[in-house]
Design a protein around this ligand. Structure first.
Ligand code: BGC
Length: 444
């Protein structure tokens, strides 16, 4: 099926997403404090080939050209994140005026070009000074975060109305505080449960802070999600898949909607109670204006005795011998359709916006061109699935491609390229890939 954007109606928002640590570079310029990612990447063997984001796309110095490039590709919605430690080098206390100026210019130029800013307040780069006080494991983070959010609204709220509170709280609490594979590299169930609960509290608190300061704000938050299927129809696998679904797809959404944590399906979550105080259950609830969903693939799950707490494991795309991206994720665009249907089925769910979707492939530059047909097909096929869900009545209002520029892909370093625009990290030269031209044409 060949789709045009008209099929989605004129109010549907099309855009691209990025994140501060992945593109800005200038990690110690402009008065910025170090974030947990600036610190984590310097530890040995945490990141592919010990790479880091000190410079990455140098967006901090090149944002004007990059915004013009975005404009030339007909992109009119731009989701980016603010680096907390650029605004507050110590996480709290003194404001760094140079950081405020940077985001002011970024917002102003976007608006001059007719590009609407969509601001993520937290995309994983916690100020290192706050990690020194326990980071997300310390309950005070709710107030630290609320203070930072209020500073952002006070400085940018005259021009920004679209806010996303957190980027994928499950990923930063699980990868950063349970598995130790992302910053700050902490491990263990207690760290994870505390971090998860405090992230859920901060999420609702941050949204309340914005609403109290800006009546016309459009506030959401974003969740990673994957369609889950059991490996076989054996009861053990079906139950394992259910537990994985509760963890990967429901842990942060359900308390926000007032349904509490999905403890029935993962018993271990009962231990979160240790961190709950009076009123927390109510404080976790907030009526967002939209929910951002970020979907890349599906997961196939089987029962596994030896996996602690969950007794479930992912059957990798490699093992299943299915087609994969450079992240070793199965190419499975229907996952988007299933997730839209699943989230839309919750009573009182606000409209959904796809705040991230995309694919990494081994791009090759030939005669100054990158002919990334696989990415075009992936994006087209996913957009067809979005349209299918929309036609069946799912309230979905937007789609943002992950991502604009090839960038620093966290623990994977620079080898997975997700961009519509190719970046040569030696020269900082940009080449619009075929997918970038395709998107520009689709958006025309
Ligand atoms: C994150 C991005 C990341 C992308 C691809 C999402 O989990 O929000 O920062 O680059 O997926 O892995």
């Amino acid at each position: 099926m060949l789709l045009t954007k008209d099929a989605f109606g004129k109010d549907f928002m099309w855009g691209v997403s990025t994140a501060a640590y992945q593109i800005e570079g200038a990690h110690n310029q402009g008065g910025k404090g170090l974030s947990i990612w600036d610190i984590f990447v310097k530890k040995k063997n945490k990141i592919f080939q010990n790479q880091h984001g000190d410079t990455t796309c140098d967006f901090y110095n090149r944002y004007t050209q990059d915004l013009y490039l975005m404009y030339s590709l007909n992109i009119r919605n731009y989701r980016f994140s603010i680096s907390w430690s650029r605004i507050l080098p110590d996480g709290t206390g003194e404001i760094n005026e140079e950081g405020i100026d940077f985001y002011n210019r970024l917002i102003d130029i976007s608006l001059e070009l007719g590009i609407t800013p969509w601001v993520t307040l937290y995309h994983w780069d916690l100020p290192g000074a706050l990690e020194g006080k326990g980071g997300w494991v310390n309950r005070d983070i709710r107030e630290w975060f609320g203070n930072y959010v209020s500073i952002c609204v006070a400085h940018f709220g005259d021009r920004v109305t679209n806010w996303m509170i957190l980027n994928e709280p499950l990923v930063f609490s699980a990868a950063g505080y349970f598995l130790g594979v992302h910053a700050p590299g902490r491990k263990g169930l207690n760290n994870f449960l505390a971090a998860a609960h405090h992230a859920a509290l901060a999420q609702a608190h941050g949204a309340r802070v914005i609403k109290s300061m800006q009546t016309d704000s459009n506030v959401g938050t974003t969740f990673s999600c994957s369609h889950i299927e059991p490996f076989t129809m054996k009861e053990k696998d079906i139950l394992a898949a259910k537990r994985a679904d509760a963890l990967l797809n429901r842990l942060f959404l359900e308390p926000l909607l007032g349904l509490g944590y999905p403890t029935k399906d993962i018993k271990i979550l009962n231990r979160i109670e240790k961190y709950m105080k009076q009123n927390d259950e109510n404080d976790l609830v907030f009526n967002m204006d939209f929910i951002g969903i970020q979907n890349y693939t599906r997961e196939v799950i089987r029962y596994a005795t030896f996996v602690p707490f969950l007794q479930a494991k992912i059957v990798s795309a490699k093992e299943r011998k299915v087609e994969m991206t450079s992240m070793n994720w199965e190419i499975y665009p229907e996952s988007m359709y299933h997730m839209l249907r699943k989230y839309n089925a919750y009573p009182n769910i606000p409209p959904l916006i796809i705040t991230e979707n995309g694919a990494a492939f081994p791009d090759v530059v030939e005669s100054n061109q990158v002919d990334d047909r696989k990415r075009i097909k992936y994006l087209q096929d996913t957009i067809v699935q979005v349209s299918r869900a929309k036609q069946e009545g799912v309230k979905v209002n937007g789609y943002f491609v992950w991502t604009f520029l090839d960038n620093f892909e966290w623990a994977e370093g620079y080898h997975p390229r997700f961009g519509l625009v190719y970046v040569d990290f030696q020269t900082q030269n940009r080449i619009v890939k075929s997918s970038g031209h395709w998107y520009a044409n689709f958006l025309k």
